[in-house]
Design a protein around this ligand. Structure first.
Ligand code: EPU
Length: 361
């Protein structure tokens, strides 16, 4: 089953431009609706499908595309398209997954950037290569995972990261980047900062530590342990639990367009938090190692009465206020209007500015 997969086909016929010994697959006026998990309408003036590192170099060397502005599209699960895209859209479709090496203390696995993230996680569990199960069902592609350092249920991508391959969009050179070079932060990396739009991630390698230990510290997983009485679940069980937890409170983009959490959980100083708790003792918050405090953005939005609300054709998901949804036929501008209204109301009540997680184009 591919519960979060987006349709692969475009409704526009492909043309092929001969280049070197192979061909670059190029489409003109391609609909991007099937390629963004919100299901928002937008057209790419030019869309190029990248199926290999060599394709990236062909784009760099191409007389028309080489110097043009470019927009890299992964799984389309972290983007709000508000308009047609004039930049050359590079749709990453580099496939393949393998066990690279096995060490005494870890397995190293690799996947092409175009692979569906959840399918890759499921494959590792099937192969008896545990360690990614807490990250099951996160929508998007393997190549997009390091861009925003995806995380869920106590595990972040950076905790399992080995290295990645990328091709520089100016020089066409391939580079290998380690974790330090990727500058991972909370839903953040160099690819959202100084490397944004500058290089295409083609392959990602992950390090799965041995011996495997279940990560069960997250409240929802602790509840599963208590409910089932299984104190030492195997990786398959954790995978199944995470899938069940996510399905119960997050909408499937195949049936209801969305981009997962729409805002980051804001981090405030301990003093600010004491102030807020004084006014709202119920507020859900998590102390951070450096003394700051992370607040649950979903709780803040919920407290402002947004859960289940609809503005235009965009809305706030009924079961999780942090997720904005396309109620059907929404335009990107409607999603942005709703997001701004939520930001204003949270700022008005709590004095906190919520920062969107997806890239708004
Ligand atoms: N809450 C409410 N009302 C709501 C939503 C949440 O009161 O409408 C409360 C919950 O009861 C809970 C707290 O807020 O006590 C936090 O909610 P939850 O555990 O669902 O996690 P989250 O902070 O909303 C984060 C990530 C998710 C990730 C989950 C699980 C961010 C922005 N979001 O969500 O990541 O799956 O934790 O680890 O960090 C994503 O980034 O797209 C994403 C889905």
């Amino acid at each position: 089953m591919r519960p979060f997969a987006l349709p692969r086909q475009s409704d526009v016929a492909s043309t092929s431009v001969a280049a070197e010994s192979s061909v670059l697959v190029v489409e003109q006026r391609a609909s991007l609706r099937p390629f963004n998990s919100f299901g928002l309408p937008a057209v790419a003036h030019t869309l190029v499908r990248l199926r290999s590192d060599a394709d990236v170099r062909r784009v760099v060397d191409h007389p028309g595309f080489g110097r043009a502005a470019k927009f890299i599209l992964g799984g389309g699960s972290n983007v709000v398209l508000t308009r047609d895209v004039n930049a050359v859209v590079l749709k990453v479709e580099i496939m393949g997954r393998r066990l690279v090496e096995e060490h005494a203390d870890a397995w190293v696995v690799e996947a092409g950037a175009g692979e569906n993230w959840h399918d890759f996680v499921a494959w590792t569990v099937d192969q008896g290569l545990p360690g990614l199960e807490n990250l099951a069902l996160i929508p998007g592609s393997v190549g997009a995972a390091p861009v925003q350092n995806i995380g869920a249920y106590g595990v972040e991508l950076k905790d399992r990261f080995e290295s990645l391959e990328a091709v520089d969009l100016v020089t066409g050179r391939s580079v290998t980047l380690d974790a330090a070079a990727c500058r991972f932060g909370y839903r953040d990396s160099a690819f959202k900062q100084h490397l944004a739009g500058k290089s295409v991630i083609t392959r990602v390698r992950l390090r799965l530590p041995k011996p495997w230990r279940a990560v069960l510290g997250y409240l929802d997983l602790e509840r599963k342990v208590a409910e089932t009485g299984i104190a030492s679940p195997d990786a398959r069980t954790v995978f199944d639990w995470v899938c069940a937890i996510r399905r119960a409170k997050l909408p499937d983009p195949a049936t209801l367009g969305n981009a997962g959490s729409f805002f980051k959980n804001p981090v405030v100083s301990a003093e600010q938090c004491r102030d807020i708790i004084g006014r709202d003792p119920e507020i859900v918050h998590y102390p951070m190692p450096d003394g700051s405090v992370k607040l649950a953005a979903g709780w803040l939005i919920d407290a402002c009465g947004w859960k289940g609300k609809t503005v235009g054709r965009a809305g706030v998901y009924e079961k999780q206020a942090l997720v904005l949804v396309n109620r059907g036929g929404a335009h990107g501008s409607e999603v942005v209007t709703l997001a701004r209204a939520i930001q204003e109301s949270v700022y008005g009540r709590f004095g906190i500015r919520l920062e969107p997680e997806p890239v708004i184009v």
